[in-house]
Design a protein around this ligand. Structure first.
Ligand SMILES: [Zn+2]
Length: 398
């Protein structure tokens, strides 16, 4: 809802274009003409109807060092000066700028953040949004509800630009990743090696997180080291494919472990996850076999070793402990270590375990764990009582 015109104060500021005089910017402390400050209808700024920070400061605070728009900062400052954040208007501002500066290449346009934002502020000063507050735009989920733009375009625009709400999540995610995922020197070297050999980053824009990317680079560099791969464009694509399939496999294993660690295991889900994993592994094996990648995969592989065990070896070499189990407590991981032992620690051997066998083993382990857990609890309780008894006895002795 748009704000009603202030009824409380009788001194309404003069119309914007008639305002004269100067004021000090509360950020850069320069004295500037009133017209150098953006208009806001927020009652907090009702003395002159203008925000306390000058236009230059508002815009500069919303830019990155390279001149591109920092959408999050823009969000924050718009919230502070209580002006709306509309992603569709940012899009319009960019398009308008492009049209007027057709000589600027499309991929360079984003560096003109200042000019784009100046346009943006002109757009939100127009009749449709003149009286809107930040909250108004927030209620619209930052895209105008009432425009002729098709819904699909609106959704695209909504995803294209960041806003405070979604970015909270994104940021947490990033902090989580940054703190957990460390790229060692070797990791970085592998990444550079891959990119230099391919001329591009094969794991960009495919929805991988940091951990997966690192995993993929390390695995792929093992393949690239194998003679005959780099010279063959088709094989190169095959090993990229294999690498990403392994990455998916790892995710499935994670999910499988999470599911199995629950008290109430969803057998259907286990079956479908196990099937998915099995089919991934066999498609990996097929790609490898069809393209003769398996036999000469690893220099260190002794003869007769199949490709999968060799790949496992490679993963282990790269210290991917995490591919095993990482999502639950020590006791359950211990259980999985045992299951792993039963299946000979080799994924290819796991292939021969069908899902029902697998879940049978896990069920048994789980029952054992529960049994031991309850006996631990009983023993603890007994222990506690005994300790109390000792204390009582000692008190009695005195
Ligand atoms: Zn300023």
């Amino acid at each position: 809802m748009s704000r009603k015109k202030s009824q409380s104060s009788g001194n309404k500021p003069l119309p914007a274009n008639q305002q004269k005089g100067e004021k000090e910017c509360s950020f850069c402390h320069n004295h500037k003409k009133l017209t150098e400050f953006y208009i806001s209808k927020n009652p907090l700024f009702s003395v002159d109807g203008r925000v306390p920070v000058c236009k230059d400061c508002v815009i500069n605070k919303s830019l990155n060092e390279d001149g591109t728009i920092n959408e999050l900062e823009l969000n924050k400052i718009l919230k502070k000066i209580d002006r709306p954040y509309y992603k569709d208007l940012i899009e319009s501002a960019i398009n308008g700028f492009k049209k007027e500066h057709s000589y600027i290449e499309d991929d360079k346009v984003s560096f003109y953040g200042k000019e784009i934002l100046q346009r943006y502020f002109r757009l939100i000063a127009m009749r449709q949004d003149r009286d809107k507050s930040y909250e108004d735009s927030e209620k619209d989920d930052f895209v105008h509800k009432t425009s002729n733009t098709p819904q699909s375009t609106k959704e695209k625009i909504a995803q294209k630009y960041a806003d405070i709400k979604e970015n909270k999540l994104y940021k947490n995610e990033q902090i989580k990743q940054e703190s957990n995922i460390k790229w060692t020197k070797d990791d970085k070297q592998n990444m550079k090696y891959i990119i230099s050999k391919l001329g591009y980053d094969p794991f960009e824009d495919v929805g991988l997180d940091e951990f997966d990317r690192k995993y993929c680079f390390n695995l792929l560099s093992g393949y690239f080291d194998t003679p005959g791969i780099l010279e063959d464009g088709h094989k190169k694509q095959c090993v990229i494919e294999i690498t990403m399939s392994y990455c998916q496999c790892r995710k499935i294993t994670d999910e499988l472990n999470t599911e199995l660690s629950k008290l109430e295991v969803n057998e259907k889900r286990i079956t479908s996850l196990t099937n998915a994993k099995t089919s991934l592994l066999s498609s990996i094996a097929n790609i490898a076999k069809d393209n003769n990648i398996s036999s000469n995969y690893s220099k260190q592989a002794s003869q007769g070793q199949d490709s999968i065990s060799a790949m496992m070896k490679e993963m282990e070499k790269h210290d991917f402990e995490e591919i095993k189990v990482n999502l639950f407590d020590i006791k359950t991981s211990e259980a999985f270590r045992q299951i792993d032992e039963i299946s000979n620690t080799n994924i290819s051997n796991q292939l021969t375990l069908d899902s029902s066998e697998y879940s049978d083993i896990v069920k048994e382990q789980r029952d054992l764990i529960r049994k031991y857990e309850s006996s631990i609890d009983e023993l603890k309780e007994e222990n506690r009582k005994l300790k109390n008894r000792i204390i009582d006895l000692e008190i009695d002795k005195r």
